[in-house]
Ligand binder design. Structure first.
Ligand code: VAH
Length: 313
């Protein structure tokens, strides 16, 4: 049985729905610090759970006979800069609690999300390699890099079967993101449909790696279903789909919403974005477990506008 910790987040919400479709609602337990109003959680089991509380996690695992844990709880880049100590505590200690449960054979398999935030100013910007210089300058990136090191350590020293993916910016419409630097690429669609105008907190030429949620969820399930012998990287795999700037995204939106206009007012998140790669080399994931993305920027724009138009009426 599967436990998702941080199930009400942007990725957790859709991961919960996808895993329940795959394994049956009764086999997928959703948990978070508070329950969101998403209809995903109206059926199936939901448990209030603080990811920083090891005893509570263990009790939940034993109560529901959990074998696989997806640990999705974290503070993202922008929020973490405002709450460094809490971000470190939540992002790091939640991982160590779950890794120790796996080390003690209480849990069989672990998924843990890393991020392109593990790269820094002096990492290669274009086609950032799987193995390269990594000097993250954000609390979030530091916690994700440290987490990757712990994942590899627990695999090598205790045989823990933990698998990880470095997510790019994730774009989705079913659940709102919380506190990310890439979230301009979600907000822009809501504002375009509701107000026809958006003031972007990044500059127009800021190119960032991005991915549609369907691709991210498919990659997550794929790596967890891969044969142990296919997983050659136990820190975290680069994955990629597309890269674009706010300017390029705006042009694509204007093809469907010609009246849409954008203004640029970069804020503190510009420095975070400037420290991240422009594009990612994900050949290791392709070679090891046949990863390939399906949504390019045009497809993302079409999905977002079609679905948000329906949702926002
Ligand atoms: C953030 N969406 O912006 C997250 C992600 C690579 C970006 O880590 O913080």
């Amino acid at each position: 049985k599967v436990l998702i910790i941080g199930a009400c987040g942007q990725i957790g919400t859709e991961l919960t729905a996808a895993l329940r479709n795959t394994y049956g609602a009764e086999n997928v337990i959703a948990s978070d610090i508070r329950q969101s109003e998403s209809e995903v959680f109206t059926q199936g089991v939901f448990e209030l759970l603080d990811a920083r509380n090891k005893e509570a996690i263990q009790a939940c695992v034993e109560k529901h006979e959990i074998t696989d844990v997806y640990l999705m709880a974290a503070l993202l880049s922008a929020t973490a800069e405002k709450n460094p100590e809490f971000a470190w505590d939540l992002n790091m200690n939640s991982l160590l609690h779950v890794l120790n449960l796996a080390k003690d054979k209480i849990v069989k398999k672990v998924f843990w999300p890393s991020s392109i935030a593990v790269f820094g100013e002096n990492s290669p910007k274009k086609n950032t390699p799987q193995h390269t210089i990594m000097e993250p300058s954000t609390v979030y990136g530091i916690s994700k890099l440290a987490g990757e090191r712990w994942c590899e350590y627990y695999y090598k020293n205790y045989g823990v079967d933990v698998r990880s993916i470095r997510y790019p910016g994730i774009i989705s419409w079913k659940a709102n993101p919380g506190g990310g630097t890439t979230d301009y690429a979600v907000e822009i669609f809501h504002e375009a449909i509701k107000h026809g105008q958006y003031t972007c907190f990044l500059s127009e030429d800021t190119s960032l790696p991005m991915m549609f949620m369907d691709d991210a969820v498919r990659a997550t399930i794929a790596i967890m279903n891969a044969e142990v012998t296919d997983i050659n990287i136990r820190s975290s795999y680069n994955i990629a789909a597309t890269s674009f700037t706010p300017k390029e995204l705006t042009s694509a939106i204007q093809e469907l919403l010609p009246e849409f206009t954008i203004a640029y007012e970069p804020d503190f998140r510009q420095q975070i974005a400037d420290s991240w790669p422009e594009s990612i080399d994900d050949s290791a994931a392709t070679n090891d477990w046949n990863w390939s993305s399906e949504f390019d920027m045009k497809a993302i724009v079409s999905e977002m506008i079609t679905n948000l138009n329906k949702r926002l009426g």
